[in-house]
Design a protein. Structure first.
Lengths: 217, 217
DNA sequence: ATATATTTTTAGTCTTATCTAAATATACGT
DNA sequence: ACGTATATTTAGATAAGACTAAAAATATAT
C-alpha cells in the first residue's frame, strides 16, 4: 500500500462513517484537497485492489478488507497521538499533523509495542476511540457539552472549533483537556451553562458549550 | 526534500565518511540497490538543489548544506533507534530497518522533544554517536575488540557481523549489548582474548574479537 | 419532458523516480 | 600509446499520482 492509497482509504472511511451511503467523488476530492479527476484515478486503483466497491458515477464504499485497512491506519494515528501528548508533552491541538505522518510507518510490531508502552489506551487525546489490533473499538460517547443534561458529568476531551483563538480562550478561563466537568444548570434563554470544574463553578456561554466535546464518565 | 533525495544524501554521507574523495556513481548505485543510470539522474537533481558538488564522470561530494541535511537525518535515525530500544524494548539488531522509516518524519520539534525525552543520548544502540541539533557529535571511539590493548576497558556497543547466528552465539556465551568488558590477556598465536565481564572471566576466539565493537570508557 | 446545471469520467500532460539499452568517457594492460 | 574493459551518461520507457480541459452521465428546474 502506498501512502496516497492509505490516505484515500482513510478519507473514505471518515466520510462514510456518518451515513452508510457510497461516498461521492467530489466529496473525497474536497476532503483530500485534490481534483475530482485524481480521485477517479485512485478509485479505480483501489477498486482493482479490492479495497473499495466502486461503481462509475455512483461513488465508493469500503470492502471488509478496506475497512480493516482504514481501522489499522486510524489505530496507528491515534496511538501516535497519545504518545505525542503523554510522552513528549505536545499539546493536543498540534499532534494531528504529526500523526498524519507517523500513521504511515509500516510495522505491526512497532504499533503493538507502542500500544503496550502507552498502557493500551482506549481513547486518543481528542476523545476518539482507538481500534484494537483486531479492529474493535468503543462506541464513541463523545458529545458536545450543550447536549448534556443538568447534573451529568463528563471529561473534556476535545474541541470542534480548533482555532487558536478558541483554544487560547479556553486556556484563559482555565478549561483544559482532561478536566472533569459537571453541569450544574442550563439556561434555555441564551444556551449558557453553569458548570463545575474541580472546586470552581462558573457560567460559560453557548459559544463554548457548542464547541467543547465531552466524554461521559 | 523527498524521501528518495534524503536517502541518497545519507548514502553519499556514509560513503564519503571513510575517505574524503568524491563518491562514484556505481558505488552509490550499489549502496542504494539501484542502477547507475538512476543515480546519475538523482545526482543532477541534488546538484541543482546545491546539496552536492557533482562533476560528470567524477562523482559527488556533499556541500555544507548537504552535510547539514545528512547529519539531520542521521540524528533522527539514531534518536529513533534509542527510543525503540530504550522505551519500546526492541533488540538492537531490529531497530535499524524501523529507523529507516522514522528518520523521514518531518518535524524539528518532534526530534527535539524525542531527544529530551531520551535524556539527550550521545550514542545510539550500536555505539554510533548522535549528532546534536547543531550537527556536532562525539568522535567515534568505537573499536573492534581485537584492537584493544591488555588491561583496557570498554563497553560492548555493537557487532560488525549482524547475522542472527552470531547474535545468538553472543547470547549463548552471555555477552550482551551494554556489557562492560576488560581485556585481561591477548594471545598472539590465535588472536584469542581473555576477557572479563562482570564477575566472569573467560577466553573468546578471534572470530568474536574481530566482530565485536567496543566503545572505550 | 426537455433544457440546463452539476457531477463524474476520459484523454492527454507533467513530475518523480525508476528501469533498459545504447552511446560515450575514463581507466587499464601490454 | 593504443585497444579493450569498465564506468558513466544519455535516450527513451514505465508507473504512480497529480493536473487541465473536454466529454459524458446524472440531477434539477421549469
Amino acid at each position: 500500500m502506498t501512502r496516497s492509497e492509505e490516505n484515500y482509504i482513510k478519507a473514505i472511511y471518515h466520510l462514510s462513517k456518518a451515513d452508510k451511503k457510497a461516498v461521492a467523488t467530489n466529496t473525497i476530492a474536497e476532503q483530500m484537497q485534490t481534483k475530482p479527476s485524481s480521485v477517479t484515478d485512485m478509485l479505480k486503483r483501489l477498486s482493482e485492489k479490492a479495497l473499495i466497491n466502486y461503481i462509475k458515477y455512483q461513488g465508493a464504499t469500503l470492502t471488509d478488507e478496506g475497512t480493516k485497512t482504514a481501522l489499522s491506519i486510524i489505530r496507528k494515528h491515534r496511538l501516535w497521538e497519545v504518545f505525542l501528548v503523554e510522552k513528549l508533552h505536545f499539546s493536543w491541538d498540534e499532534v494531528h499533523v504529526l500523526a498524519e505522518q507517523l500513521e504511515h510507518i509500516k510495522s505491526e510490531k512497532l504499533v503493538d509495542r507502542l500500544d503496550q508502552h502507552l498502557g493500551f489506551p482506549e481513547f486518543d487525546p481528542h476523545g476518539d476511540p482507538i481500534p484494537s489490533k483486531l479492529g474493535v473499538f468503543a462506541e464513541t460517547t463523545k458529545k458536545l457539552l450543550h447536549e448534556l443534561a443538568v447534573k451529568s458529568r463528563g471529561r473534556c476531551v476535545g474541541v470542534k472549533d480548533s482555532s487558536s483563538t478558541f483554544l487560547k480562550f479556553l486556556d484563559k478561563i482555565q478549561i483544559a483537556l482532561g478536566d472533569e466537568i459537571t453541569v450544574l444548570d442550563k439556561e434555555e434563554f441564551d444556551g449558557s451553562m453553569l458548570i463545575q470544574i474541580k472546586e470552581r463553578s462558573f457560567r460559560i456561554s453557548n459559544q463554548i458549550t457548542t464547541n467543547l466535546y465531552i466524554r461521559m464518565i
